[in-house]
Design a protein around this ligand. Sequence first.
Ligand code: FE2
Length: 340
Amino acid sequence: MTLSRRGFLAATAALAAIPAARAAGTVNVYSYRQPALIDPLFAAFTAKTGIEVRTIFAEDGLVERLVQEGRNSPADVLLTADVGRLVEAASRDAAQPIDSPVILDKIPANLRDPANLWFGLTMRARVVYASTARVAQQAISYEELADPKWRGKICIRPGNHPYNLGLIAAMIAHKGEDVARDWLKGLKANLAFKPSGNDRAQAKSVYAGECDLAIANTYYMGLMLTNEKEPEQKEWAKSLRIVFPASPDFGTHVNISGMLMAKNAPNRGNALKLMEFLASDEAQRLYAGGNFEYPVNPAVPPAEIVRSWGAFTPDTLNVAEIAKLEPAAARLVDEVQFND
Ligand SMILES: [Fe+2]
């Protein structure tokens, strides 16, 4: 047993009692996604295959850990909450290509790495939450968010958050850096107050009358509407409707959560089985439904609440092309002093 293997077991022991290893063996997952979201998926996988899934969850640092562990890494599969960490892992040589037709057939080409080093699993749109009481306009483009008619009416989390970097990077990808810079300046000029808080905090601000339009990811609407622990969030959500901003040039910006196989996966066969399962209709329904996201597998319809928000036309540019421009987006955020 190597040192890192012992470290892995010590870390997982804290999570839950690990059942005795089954004959079918194990697969080790490093996950940026919350246990509550992925545990039901892994339970279904284990019930089907007998393969035990061991998970380490962390909000930060898992790519770094994979890279540092190198050949001694126990990790087989990495699950992320955004495309940026997938691209980072691939660019740091921590992933290996997968050519499974089961996966390639289920996941559209623009939602996976062109060299098959990583794959999207769920998709979410970055949209406008409009006040039902104060906003009559039905359609709003991203471009229009910079129009002076919204002066003092918009709220958004800090510009350097990955969700906003993705949106700004999409603007750069489709319209060039100069247009994106002017757009960002115009958006900043329209903010009701300095960017702060998370996406749900912006929804609360619309509810409280502090702004009329918030920019946020679709799934938070579902999470707020069904929040039994903090039922006041249901009230925030009911004061809003989702508007899918469609740029005339690129449709609605989407980001993905995703997966990759670690370069040094010790349980490669089981890792492939898990990845094929995650792309399957059954797992896609569970995974996307659990967080009110859109399945990447086009054969699987979204959950009912998600369908109730209406249809939209997602950007078809490969998410990798957008992720590549996130550093440029971060520079623009600094340049226009978006957060100040
Ligand atoms: Fe999120």
